[in-house]
Design a protein around this ligand. Structure first.
Ligand code: 5RP
Length: 223
């Protein structure tokens, strides 16, 4: 099985995980990225059953609408039953790095508003320690240099992601060379830098389940 086949396999496993929520007419939170795209494409088979979805990016909203799946405003839905999204890295506690697709802020909002967060990823994403993948930080544009200096003080090497504007009109700094021993603490420290909108550590609100695509099939990990 190649990486894309593993992503499709975990997306199919996630459909099984959320089928009851779909059939019960609950609202499904939808992530962003190539693994989430597989989930969206498979969800299209249930579009008649779905009450609605909340998307974590304009890209996912467009893909959902392209399939005829309703996309709702989070302000009108209340709490979401379940959120399904990919990740750039996960450790065994299901603390994540996300934001490779620059959608981290809306992803974190939808995850926070959801009762259950199912993460779907291929086996390359499971790591012992977070940080080999550069940590994305969404920043208000005028604060870019200031925030970069503060991130250097925390031990990282921030690099401006050229040519990228987030759905919220902000920029992304990717923090390299940043091995993250205490993800919750680091998440809080970065949140406390003025000018930071959000960082890609999902440790304060980790995933509840990780469906991991491996050469031997889909494994289910819980913290
Ligand atoms: C987007 C994300 C994605 O979930 C993450 O980048 C994983 O992407 P993919 O499923 O394409 O490997 O956080 O902001």
């Amino acid at each position: 099985m190649n990486q894309d086949e593993m992503k499709r396999a975990v997306a199919a496993a996630a459909i099984e995980e959320v089928k009851n929520s779909i059939l019960d007419g609950e609202i499904i939170g939808i992530g962003t990225g190539s693994t989430a795209n597989h989930f969206i494409d498979l969800l299209a088979d249930y579009k008649q059953d779905i009450r609605g979805t909340v998307a974590s990016s304009e890209a996912s909203a467009n893909r959902l609408r392209g399939h005829g799946i309703e996309v709702l405003d989070l302000n009108s839905t209340g709490s979401i039953a379940v959120y399904v999204d990919g990740a750039d890295e996960s450790n065994e506690r299901l603390e994540l790095i996300k934001g490779g697709g620059a959608a981290l802020t809306r992803e974190k909002i939808v995850a926070a508003a959801s009762q259950r967060f199912i993460c779907i990823a291929d086996e390359s994403k499971l790591v012992n320690q977070l940080g080999a993948f550069p940590l994305p930080v969404e920043v208000i544009p005028m604060a870019r240099s200031y925030v970069a200096r503060e991130l250097v003080k925390l031990g990282g090497n921030p690099v401006y992601r050229e040519g990228v504007t987030t759905d919220n009109g902000n920029i992304i700094l990717d923090v390299y060379d940043f091995m993250i021993a205490t993800p919750m603490k680091t998440e809080e420290q970065i949140n406390n830098i003025t000018g930071v909108v959000c960082n890609g550590l999902f440790a304060l609100r980790p995933a509840d389940v990780l469906l991991l695509g491996t050469a031997n099939g889909v494994k289910t990990l819980k913290p």
